[in-house]
Design a protein around this ligand. Structure first.
Ligand code: AMP
Length: 216
């Protein structure tokens, strides 16, 4: 199963990717997580990406494409993967097509549909574990009072790019650069729309139904 989870920031792609990854036994590949790790480690990639990410803009396509190429060549991707936050531009999607040309194809693109006004509130309420990436939400799933992750014991933080000004920029960037991917995959008959404004368990069930229908 090669899957793409597509949607604006805050639609719950990461949460669902983690759950489905566990269920299907295939890795969740989040370009955002890879970049955040690089920033934390102070690597060359991290140095290039840091200021761009803090501003809410997109990291250049050539950097992202090289990163994904390397990641998809690793053994754990042999049985499939979930792409979470990639592709985010038409050139990235075309490079992925090119990469998969002689090597299978994408099975399904799950589009996470949520109204924009709900998103700003969702993202600004989001908190995340710096160590394992587990997300919390001040309204629906608050972190423990000591801000220590209940999964791994890591520190829970409010990401700089989850603060309101940057969130608005990220949503603008999404509309301009990433939203065109909806039509790109629709034309290829890969797109499945999920109502992601619902509770986590209901969204997971909708995604499961997509897999069942497409397996028939
Ligand atoms: P995310 O956690 O997926 O929201 O990503 C956080 C930030 O990382 C984004 O706002 C971008 O600056 C950068 N980023 C992640 N994935 C990509 C991508 N596929 N293309 C360009 N920039 C990306």
């Amino acid at each position: 199963m090669r899957l793409i989870f597509l949607g604006a920031p805050g639609t719950g792609k990461g949460t669902q990717a983690a759950l489905i990854s566990e269920k299907l036994g295939i890795p969740q590949i989040s370009t955002g997580d890879i970049l955040r790790r690089a920033v934390k480690d102070g690597s060359e990639l991290g140095k290039k990406a840091k200021a761009i990410m803090e501003s809410g803009a997109l990291v250049p396509d050539d950097i992202i494409i090289a990163l994904i190429k390397e990641r998809l060549s690793q053994r754990d991707c042999d049985r499939g993967y979930i792409l979470d936050g990639f592709p985010r531009t038409i050139p990235q999607a075309k490079s992925l097509d090119q990469l998969l040309k002689n090597n299978g194809q994408i099975d399904a693109v799950i589009y996470f549909d949520v109204d924009e006004d709900v998103l700003v509130e969702r993202i600004t309420s989001r908190r995340v574990c710096v160590q394992c990436g587990q997300t919390y939400n001040l309204q629906t799933d608050p972190p423990p009072a000591n801000n220590i992750c209940r999964i791994c014991g890591g520190e829970i933080i409010h990401r700089d790019d989850d603060k309101e000004d940057t969130v608005r920029t990220r949503l603008q960037v999404y509309k301009k650069s990433t939203a065109p991917l909806y039509d790109y995959y629709k034309t290829k008959n890969k797109l499945h729309i999920v109502n992601a404004a619902q509770a986590v368990g209901i969204v997971t069930a909708e995604i499961d139904r997509v897999f069942e229908t497409s397996a028939k």
